[in-house]
Ligand binder design. Structure first.
Ligand SMILES: C[S@@+](CC[C@H](N)C(=O)[O-])C[C@H]1O[C@@H](n2cnc3c(N)ncnc32)[C@H](O)[C@@H]1O
Length: 304
């Protein structure tokens, strides 16, 4: 229908007409569900169990390559790839260990092993490209995730969420003074958003904001525009997006339903980034006061 091939796993991700086609998206989900059931049916159940309970190594390996900018380094070598001993030298890690991490990921279709010990990016690993040159990445580590919601999301899950997951079992039985398993893991009785505001973690909070921007872009706008009968609301009604981050979910709604007034509420440190986001995507919404960005001081903390 779109006159295009299904994107190859070997090529970097590039948005295509298929991404926005609900029939293709649904077919993809059916294939994935059926393939997963087939694997669970025919695979040795002990292997299956072992794969489930050792899946933390996947998160750890993705966290390792993401924080060491491995996809960005491989990108410079292009589709012919880079030998693990050269990659190891660039990231300061022993060649054989680098090789094992890369093979672990490549056998899970995250990177491609072009020839033995030579690795290149593929469709999945290209999502953690920082979209900056290596020298820019190194020059300002605090901003290194700014242009890559994929790398920001991978970093948040592989680091903060992974840390928190280790306390889930204990937390469910006895949360003690903690608001979440994450807070139990780091022995901090506030919540992750307050923790993000501590000086050493500001870069993580900034990375989280970038990850949230990806949330609105990832899904077709209809998910948000048809979730509620927005048209039925009286003109001028106020819609409040509580904990809306930069407002990436409000954006498609505000574009489709200009008769409403929107308030995006989030913590104060998110608001400067939110202003930039609206200026870049729908500047008239701010100048016409159709969208208001409201910073909530951290002292008004409530549990989200
Ligand atoms: C998981 S994110 C969800 C973002 C957005 N709703 C989305 O779906 O993309 C939760 C958001 O709640 C915000 N948040 C946390 N505590 C808050 C508070 N006390 N007041 C307002 N926003 C808060 C965070 O900064 C973060 O942007």
């Amino acid at each position: 229908k779109h006159g295009t091939d299904y994107p190859s796993l070997d090529d970097p991700f590039a948005p295509s007409a298929l991404n926005a086609d609900p029939v293709a998206a649904n077919a993809s989900r059916v294939i994935v569900g059926a393939a997963a059931q087939l694997i669970a049916t025919v695979r040795d159940p002990i292997e299956m169990l072992q794969d489930h309970c050792s899946s933390m190594y996947t998160a750890a390996a993705v966290g390792f390559v993401n924080s060491n900018d491995v996809a960005d380094i491989l990108q410079v070598s292009g589709p012919q790839g880079l030998h693990s001993k050269d990659l190891g030298k660039k990231i300061g890690v022993d060649a054989s260990l680098t090789d094992r991490v890369m093979r672990y990921l490549a056998t899970r279709h995250f990177f491609r092993e072009v020839e033995p010990n030579i690795f290149a990016n593929n469709k999945i690993s290209s999502l953690i490209l920082k979209n900056k040159s290596l020298s820019d990445i190194q020059a300002d580590p605090a901003s290194k995730y700014d242009l890559s919601p994929g790398a920001a999301m991978a970093g948040h899950f592989a680091e903060e969420a992974f840390m928190g997951s280790q306390s889930i079992a204990q937390y469910l039985k006895d949360p003690g003074p903690y608001q979440s398993p994450f807070n139990m893991a780091i022995k901090d009785t506030t919540n992750i958003f307050a923790w993000f505001e501590q000086p050493d973690n500001v870069w993580r909070g900034r990375r989280f904001v970038t990850a949230m921007k990806g949330g609105g872009e990832r899904f077709p706008p209809e998910i948000f525009t048809s979730a509620i009968d927005w048209k039925a609301l009286e003109p001028g009604s106020t819609v409040v997006d509580v904990g809306g981050n930069v407002g990436s979910v409000t954006l498609p709604i505000a574009k489709s339903f200009p008769h409403l007034h929107y308030v995006v509420q989030d913590l104060e440190h998110v608001i400067p980034e939110a202003k930039e986001f609206w200026k870049a995507n729908l500047p008239e919404a701010l100048s016409e006061n159709r969208v208001e960005l409201q910073g909530i001081p951290l002292s008004n903390l409530f549990l989200i």
